[in-house]
Structures are given as structure tokens and as C-alpha cells.
Design a protein. Structure first.
Length: 547
């Protein structure tokens, strides 16, 4: 028994030393010390927040904020009907139409006026009508029953084939549709994990992602037991530093990741360099093009520079790229609930399949997370792609990217904006992010002031910033001019308020209550332990289900 214990002890020490070596190599001595210091600091701060007197104050503040949140999200007014039980008798068509009309008229952000960043990737009323007709024809269809609904199977296969062709896929490439970008990313991570387990017997999988990569990669890590290594993306370009990715690679690495573009700043990672690294270490490389969608492959045809064109591009034209996620429901203008996960070959796709051959209900297999899926959404996506066509997507790319350039030029050239704001990185597609370089002016105060003018823009953090994701509604009817005009007015007002405050003025603006964005991100940025923020997010998610 003693010899067995010694063997286990040796194995334990060997594994500990090996993991320590790779950790030190990946983060460096100073980086490792910084990680340990931050972890200890967070732990001590968490213990401080748990002290009885402190915790009661925190609980009181969270309760107050939760109540305010519930009032904001569910306070529709006394004239709004609420239904918590089925009606005793079926409603008439007239009743339904009246109620649906009232619901559609509830107060909301006017995305039709181009005042929403991202969120609504609207291709026009004519396309909406086409989608509605297609979805009506296939409203009961379900691709899990391919023999019952052969048309849906055909349309799904053709969607995948058309998207593959846009991204320079080889003849033997494969793919699948999913419910959205998050599921596409989950599938890519699952495939990489299963591949590493089957082919290399990796039991403790790890993936290396930019700090700007989508949160779906963190979700995949949590769901599938994959350790996530973050590589910090800093100014001036906010793209992933390749040398730091290289240092983090070890025998447990199952996947490298790059964004084209990333969500926070709209910058494109150096995919050619990541491709070379993936080939060198024989690792899969996933390119997240969910946000880039159909814009990225259309950039050159629309007359704009295509990222890294001189080095091979960003897609399957690079030999190291093994998977790409593409949201058809973004700049493909398909109905919400559509995305594609693309693979260089069929074997990679097969690693995401779920198969249960001995289930008592029969032999079961599904290509992705969902079992039953909405064939109507597939029909809507197929109809959208056929109705818009290559020319329509190129035209849309020209309008959207031109609008982003208009915003970017205003920030760089307008006398008021250029003194206060600066563009983060070098955006090339639809997203532009900017920060406050005038330190007394908080970018989140600007976000709240823009919200008060009816704009729904996106706040980002680490570092603090505000981003605009241009969609088709923002390209119409002078919406971008209104955006710039309001942004100039807000920045001018904020500058005046700060000057008045610094010089001891008594203007009304000095006593104002900070807005929701400033409160939330101000707290999130100042607390080393994020448990308070997590509790607020839980409260928000719970509020979504208050009837």
C-alpha cells in the first residue's frame, strides 16, 4: 500500500509542478504575482462585504435597486391588463387583435428611427412581409422530422451551403444552423473539447481567448468544463497580442479564438497570425464572425478595405481556421433565432453531435443543443437570403460601413467631440467604440444623457467606453446626423457642467442623480469583488419573468 501511495504522491507532485510551469510560462513572474494579488484582494474584499453590518447595508441597497428595476421594467401603468391564468373562454380574433395592438404600442425605444445600437437588424418592411409569408407556410414544421418536412431540410442545407461559400470554405466543409451566435460558439467549443478528448485524451481542457471575445465563450467554459485563459487586449488597437497567446499554449489547450470583429470595439483580431500559430501547434482556431455576419465577406466588394487581405484574410482561406460562427439574424437580416456554425470538414461537425443509440424511446440523434427546432425560422432565413441576394448585401454593407465612418469622422474632427472623445482602436466594420479622454467627464454620464434623448447605445467596460453598432435603420432618414447632433449637445453640456462644478458653480446640473449606466458601471468598475454586480444581474433576470 505504501508504494501505491508513493506513486499517487509522485503523480500529484508531477502534475502540480507541470501546471505551475505552464502557468508561470503563460503569465510570466510579474503577471502570476499580479493574478495572485488580485485573487487575494478579491477574496478579502468579499469577506469584508460579508461582515454583518456591511452586508445589511449592501442588502438594503440591492433591494432598493431591485425595486427601481422592477418598476422600470414592469410598470406599464394602470391601463395595462395582466394575465396570470388562461381565459375561461377562447378569445375572439377581435379581442386578440385589440390586445396585441395595445402591446405593440407600449412605450419603448424607437428603433425604427435608428435610435438603437445593434439589437434590431432590420432589413426593411418588404423583407419583413416576405419573412412572415415564408414563416406562415412552415409554421408547424420541425427539421428533427426530416422525412415529414423535406422542404425545411432542403432549405437548412442550402442556408449552410450559401454561407459556407461566402467564407471561402473548401469543398469538404460542413456546417449547421443554430438558434443564435451563442449556440454557434457553444458548438464550436464543444466540438473542440470532444476532438481533444477523442484524439489527444485531454481530460482538463483549456481554451485561449481575447479579453474582448464574446461572453458566450465564458458560458461554454462553464457549461462544458473548459478552463478559459483570457489574453488582455489593450490600447491602442485592442486586438489580441499573439505573443501572449503563444505563451499560454500547453498540452491541455484545445482551442484558439479570434474575433472578426469583436463586440466591444469593432476591431478585428490578427486572424492570419492566429492561423499560423494554430498550424504550428496543431490546434483548432475558431473565428467569431457573429457580429461581422454578412458584412465581413462583402467589405471588398462594397469598396472598403478587408481586414488582413494582404495576409490571407480572416476566413477559411487561411489554412489554420477550422470553424467560424456567423449570425444570419444580424446582417443577414433573417428573423431572430438564426445563426450558422461552419467547420472546415465534416469530422469537426460530427464532434458536436449528440447521439443516444439505446434510448428506450428509440434511436435518437440531434446535430446541436436543441431537439425540436422551428422550421418557420429556417424558412424565414432562407427566404431572406434569396430575397436580398449578393447585390443586396453588398449595398447594405456600403450603407452601414459608410454610416460608421461618418460617426468615426465626427468624433475625430468635430471641434466639440475631438476634444473630449477618442475612438478605441481601428474599427473596420459596423461597430465604433469611443472613450472619454477628458478625465473629469465620465463616459457613462454621456451614455445616460444620450439615453435621456431617446438613444439606446451600448456601454462597455475595461476600459470604460460607449459603442455604436450601426444597423440599417440608422442609415436612413438622417438618423446618423441626429445621433451626431445629440452627441455634440450632450458632450457640450457635460463639459459645461464639469467646468461649473470645478469652479464652484451652483447650477442645477450639480445636484442631479447619476443615471442607470453611470451607477451600474461605476459600481462594477470600482469593486474588486463582483458579487454585488452579479446579484443585480440575478435581480434583473428574475424581473424578466414577473407577470
Amino acid at each position: 500500500m505504501s508504494s501505491i501511495r508513493q506513486i499517487f504522491l509522485v503523480l500529484f507532485v508531477f502534475r502540480l509542478l507541470r501546471n505551475s510551469f505552464y502557468f508561470l510560462r503563460g503569465h510570466g513572474v510579474l503577471g502570476s504575482l499580479s493574478i495572485f494579488y488580485n485573487a487575494l484582494y478579491k477574496r478579502l474584499y468579499h469577506m469584508f462585504l460579508s461582515l454583518p453590518g456591511i452586508r445589511s447595508k449592501v442588502d438594503k441597497q440591492i433591494a432598493s435597486a431591485t425595486k427601481e428595476l422592477e418598476d422600470k421594467l414592469t410598470g406599464f401603468g394602470p391601463d395595462t391588463n395582466r394575465y396570470r391564468k388562461l381565459p375561461k373562454e377562447p378569445w375572439t380574433p377581435e379581442q386578440l387583435k385589440t390586445e396585441l395592438t395595445q402591446l405593440s404600442n407600449l412605450k419603448r425605444t424607437r428603433w425604427e428611427e435608428g435610435k438603437v445600437s445593434g439589437a434590431v437588424y432590420h432589413g426593411g418592411d418588404e423583407l419583413l412581409n416576405i419573412q412572415a409569408e415564408a414563416m406562415k407556410l412552415f409554421s408547424v414544421s420541425n427539421p428533427i422530422h426530416a422525412d415529414v418536412f423535406p422542404a425545411v431540410r432542403k432549405m437548412e442545407a442550402e442556408i449552410v451551403a450559401m454561407v459556407l461559400s461566402m467564407f471561402n470554405a473548401p469543398d469538404h466543409a460542413a456546417g449547421a444552423t443554430t438558434s443564435g451566435g451563442t449556440e454557434s460558439i457553444l458548438m464550436a467549443c464543444l466540438s473542440a473539447r470532444n476532438k481533444a478528448k477523442a484524439e489527444r485524451r485531454v481530460s482538463y481542457p483549456e481554451m485561449i481567448i481575447p479579453s474582448t471575445a464574446h461572453a458566450a465563450f465564458h458560458k461554454a467554459g462553464q457549461y462544458f468544463g473548459i478552463t478559459v485563459h483570457l489574453v488582455h487586449c489593450a490600447a491602442p488597437d485592442y486586438t489580441v497580442p499573439i505573443n501572449k497567446v503563444r505563451r499560454l499554449i500547453n498540452p491541455n489547450t484545445i482551442l484558439l479564438v479570434g474575433s472578426a470583429p469583436n463586440y466591444p470595439h469593432g476591431n478585428v483580431d490578427d486572424i492570419p497570425a492566429l492561423s499560423r500559430l494554430a498550424i504550428q501547434h496543431k490546434l483548432p482556431l475558431h473565428v467569431d464572425c457573429c457580429l461581422g455576419s454578412f458584412l465581413m465577406p462583402c467589405l471588398a466588394k462594397a469598396g472598403f478595405p478587408s481586414p488582413y487581405a494582404e495576409s490571407g484574410g480572416f476566413d477559411f482561406a487561411l489554412p489554420g481556421v477550422t470553424s467560424i460562427s456567423v449570425d444570419t439574424h444580424k446582417y443577414g437580416f433573417a428573423p431572430k433565432g438564426n445563426s450558422c456554425i461552419l467547420y472546415r470538414n465534416k469530422s469537426l461537425r460530427q464532434y458536436q453531435y449528440f447521439i443516444s443509440p439505446d434510448w428506450s424511446g428509440g434511436v435518437y440523434g440531434s446535430p446541436s443543443i436543441a431537439g425540436s427546432r422551428a422550421g418557420a425560422l429556417i424558412a424565414g432565413a432562407w427566404a431572406s437570403m434569396m430575397a436580398v441576394g449578393e447585390k443586396g448585401y453588398i449595398d447594405a454593407t456600403h450603407k452601414i460601413v459608410s454610416t460608421r465612418i461618418t460617426v468615426q469622422n465626427a468624433i475625430k474632427e468635430h471641434p466639440v467631440l475631438k476634444e473630449t472623445l477618442s475612438v478605441m482602436g481601428d474599427p473596420m466594420v459596423s461597430v465604433i467604440a469611443f472613450e472619454s479622454k477628458d478625465k473629469p467627464i465620465d463616459i457613462y454620464d454621456i451614455a445616460d444623457a444620450m439615453s435621456a434623448k431617446g438613444w439606446h447605445l451600448n456601454s462597455v467596460q475595461d476600459p470604460p467606453g460607449l459603442h455604436v453598432a450601426v444597423t440599417m435603420p440608422m442609415t436612413r432618414d438622417g438618423a446618423v446626423d441626429n445621433l451626431i447632433e445629440d452627441l455634440v449637445a450632450v458632450v457640450r453640456t457635460e463639459k459645461e457642467r464639469v467646468v461649473e462644478q470645478m469652479t464652484g458653480g451652483t447650477g442645477a446640473g450639480l445636484e442631479r442623480k447619476r443615471g442607470r449606466q453611470a451607477q451600474l458601471y461605476g459600481v462594477a468598475g470600482s469593486l474588486p469583488d463582483k458579487s454585488v454586480v452579479e446579484r443585480m444581474v440575478v435581480a434583473y433576470l428574475d424581473t424578466l419573468y414577473l407577470a
